[in-house]
Design a protein around this ligand. Structure first.
Ligand code: HPA
Length: 274
């Protein structure tokens, strides 16, 4: 993992630009790409100015932090994340999470687009992540541990913070929005999965599949940030329907669900304990 000194340098730089510590950080996945435009009194910090940050190259992702107020709550958002399929290590994908922790952020809302494996759920729906499955060997914590950031062996039992999951369910119920809950399986991509891989993941207990999130969640659990994970199910996973998957379909589904996704995340931020 990257050493504390790098995390601290990066956090100091960001704090020098924003002056107030936001209680909540949000990582915007494909379905929430335009969400930062709802933030008032915006301060934007390009990743290229932040020590230790990479550049987000995935379609539909920009490369900046946006800080400001959402319904009178301070938030900081990552517009663009670092996926392993772009060539980043899990360590690099997870780096911003440690920086948020070092800044004094308490809650991390992680969003993503995912393929739907559970055939009782459908494309276009939102799914609260209750847990994850990571079958690849890599981890953001591989290598020497920096005890200033977290323990060598961290517990993952409550990585998806029960308090925040309950809050999201209450909020969704309150606004009459259907919200599924299930297990997210990480696959490294960038190819979509094969139908056989999807059948295997289903047997293992996965409800959705995607190419992000788990490195960030492992880091958050390691350093003690509370996590809420929400997937937008953009498509039925490979082999479930008799048709090929396309990145355009994923982006279009993101656009269609953007309003609901934004409504849910805004209401959660408004009601989150600070
Ligand atoms: N698989 C992996 N990642 C994804 C998918 C999928 O089907 N849809 C959106 N992100």
């Amino acid at each position: 993992m990257l050493p504390y000194s790098k995390v601290s340098e990066s956090a100091k730089y960001i704090l020098s630009k924003i002056k107030v510590i936001p209680p909540t950080a949000v990582i915007l996945g494909s379905g929430l790409a335009g969400f930062h435009e709802r933030v008032d009194d915006r301060i934007e910090i390009p990743y290229s100015d932040i020590p230790g940050f990479g550049e987000a190259t995935a379609i539909g992702h920009s490369s900046k932090l946006v800080f400001g107020k959402l319904k009178n709550r301070y938030v900081i958002m990552m517009c663009g994340r670092f996926h392993c399929y772009e060539g980043y290590s899990m360590e690099q994908s997870a780096f911003p999470v440690y920086v948020f922790k070092e800044m004094g952020v308490k809650n991390l809302i992680i969003t993503n687009a995912a393929g739907c494996i559970n055939t009782e759920f459908g494309a276009g729906e939102l799914m609260l992540i209750s847990d994850h499955i990571k079958l690849v060997a890599d981890s953001p914590l591989r290598g020497p541990n920096d005890d200033k950031l977290g323990p060598r062996f961290n517990d993952m039992t409550y990585a998806y913070t029960p308090r925040l999951r309950e809050l999201a369910k209450e909020v969704a119920y309150g606004v009459g929005m259907p919200l599924r809950e299930g297990v997210y399986a990480y696959m490294p991509g960038p190819s979509y999965e094969t139908p056989a891989e999807i059948r295997a993941l289903e047997i293992l207990g996965a409800d959705a599949v995607g190419m992000s999130t788990v490195a960030e969640v492992i880091a958050a659990s390691h350093c003690g940030l509370d996590v809420l994970g929400i997937s937008l199910l953009t498509n039925m996973a490979a082999g479930i329907l008799d048709k090929p998957l396309s990145a355009e379909e994923v982006i279009q589904a993101g656009k269609n669900a953007a309003e609901d996704f934004a409504k849910l995340v805004t209401a959660v931020i408004e009601r989150i304990e600070v």
